[in-house]
Design a protein around this ligand. Structure first.
Ligand code: CTP
Ligand code: CA
Length: 225
């Protein structure tokens, strides 16, 4: 609704948001990635902007335009995203990690296109840095919100990540349910804090994002007052 944004209730906040997939190069023409569309992260950036926040969007490669008014930092790999987030999050009040960061990168990226010389081949992978966990380790950490895309035991895994990564909130979605989450226009989330949980029912990602931004702000105000 127009009332929701009219108050500009985030006007003295700075949100840093990650969105989209990352790409991990194998050789000059190939990469490892995932099906993230970036829609949820871009919708959160849009909703935060409309509510008056200053927004920095650190995005992997996606096919959607950045919301007008945000500062867009485009990256490709998880290591680049990690570096850009840590360089830009120090002044932030709020960090929302919506990106589907590749968990592993290729150990030895080939300088030349790999030829199909053999019947089998192996690619060795190394774990990427955990961006949201590293933000939550900062001495002056912003209010830190993670996402958890799960296919089973959603609450158990989401709460595990909330605790392990020292997050303030985690938004979980069940990606095993068709029509929500990855690469979909719609989403349904459950937002977990250490003490409670709130369901955001299935709706267009723009609507879900608006509700999520408002809820994040409520928890942020409760923590900082
Ligand atoms: N995340 C991150 N950096 C990574 C991996 C994940 O910042 N290298 C963030 C995601 O943006 C998300 C949260 O961590 O906010 C959870 O991501 P998810 O993939 O669900 O969890 P992982 O910790 O990677 O564990 P797993 O994939 O094994 O479930
Ligand atoms: Ca992961």
């Amino acid at each position: 609704t127009s009332d929701f944004f009219a108050e500009k209730y985030l006007h003295n906040q700075h949100w840093v948001i990650t969105a989209g997939p990352t790409r991990e190069a194998i050789d000059p023409v190939r990469y490892i990635s995932n099906h993230s569309s970036g829609k949820m992260g871009y919708a959160i950036a849009h909703a935060a902007l409309r509510a008056g926040a200053q927004v920095t969007l650190v995005s992997g490669p996606v096919n959607i335009a950045a919301p007008v008014g945000c500062r867009l930092i485009q990256v490709t790999s998880a290591e680049q995203m990690h570096q850009q987030v840590l360089a830009n999050v120090k002044q932030a009040t709020t960090f929302v990690a919506c990106a589907a960061v590749a968990d592993y990168r290729v150990a030895n990226i080939a300088d030349e296109k790999i030829k199909k010389d053999n019947e089998q081949m192996q690619i060795s992978l190394i774990k990427n840095p955990d961006i949201v966990a590293d933000v939550a380790k900062l001495a002056n950490k912003p209010f830190t919100v993670g996402f958890a895309a799960e296919t089973q035991n959603v609450e158990h895994y989401a709460r595990g990540k909330l605790m392990r990564k020292n997050l303030d909130l985690i938004a979980a979605n069940d990606v095993a349910i068709a029509g929500q989450g990855f690469n979909s226009d719609d989403n349904a989330l459950t937002l977990y804090s250490t003490i409670d949980k709130i369901d955001i029912p299935l709706a267009n990602k723009q609507i879900v994002a608006k509700q999520l931004v408002s809820l994040i702000n409520q928890y942020y105000l409760a923590k900082n007052n």
